[in-house]
Design a protein around this ligand. Structure first.
Ligand code: GRF
Length: 211
């Protein structure tokens, strides 16, 4: 199976997936790492590991006379063209900070995963940990889900939970959750490439034999 990973920055989840794929001998290869930001730190890690990299800079798609929606559609069309050049079976969003158009999400239906730092369906969108603290949540977490047109929706593949401890702030919480993300996301991607995930009535069923 061929995997293309999309990032926008640090890329620590991408790194965890690259390492697990190699260390655990998945029936898969990371075909490319693509960023919408030319300076995304994760691109260096990917290149250093011999993985093809590409940049599709969303800022280049804002032409005079275009409205925001047209620019978004032009960006997504180019991104799709670049991704499909690597012929992926699976597209993995790992800290990819762009809202995607329905045409793009439909093109990768049932073969695109995302990780979101909350226990969905709670706290879609940004600043999840700050909002959880403000609400007095006792537990937070992260969710791996299939990507659909609606932001941070789509069938849930895996979730991990962390406690909120006295004195926590956004940084301590996100660090605690990120550690869980680095275990959970590679595991979920592995399930996909091993053919263990099935969508039934919009929910994920995991076939037996899952590790
Ligand atoms: C992670 O917290 C992920 O859940 C969220 O963005 C962050 C990306 O971090 N979607 P990294 O780029 O993988 O280090």
């Amino acid at each position: 199976k061929r995997i293309v990973i999309l990032i926008s920055g640090r890329g620590s989840n991408m790194e965890a997936i690259v390492r697990a794929c190699a260390a655990e001998g998945w029936p898969a290869q990371i075909a490319a790492v693509i960023s919408n930001k030319p300076d995304a730190a994760g691109l260096n890690f990917a290149a250093a590991h011999g993985i093809a990299t590409a940049v599709v800079d969303h800022k280049a798609f804002r032409q005079p006379g275009m409205d925001a929606q047209q620019a978004r559609e032009a960006f997504d069309a180019e991104l799709q063209r670049v991704i499909d050049g690597f012929a992926p079976d699976l597209v993995v969003l790992a800290g990819f900070m762009r809202i995607l158009t329905p045409a793009f999400t439909a093109h990768y239906a049932e073969r695109m995963l995302n990780i979101h730092p909350s226990l969905l369906p709670a706290f879609t969108g940004l600043h999840t940990h700050a909002r959880a603290l403000e609400m007095g949540c006792k537990f937070v977490g992260a969710t791996v889900h299939f990507v659909t047109a609606e932001l941070d929706h789509g069938a849930i593949v895996a979730q991990a939970v962390a406690p909120v401890l006295p004195g926590d702030d956004e940084d301590t919480l996100s660090a605690r959750v990120l550690k869980l993300e680095h275990r959970m996301y590679p595991q979920a991607v592995r399930w996909f490439v091993e053919g263990q995930l099935r969508l039934v009535d919009g929910r994920v069923e995991q076939l037996s034999g899952a590790s």
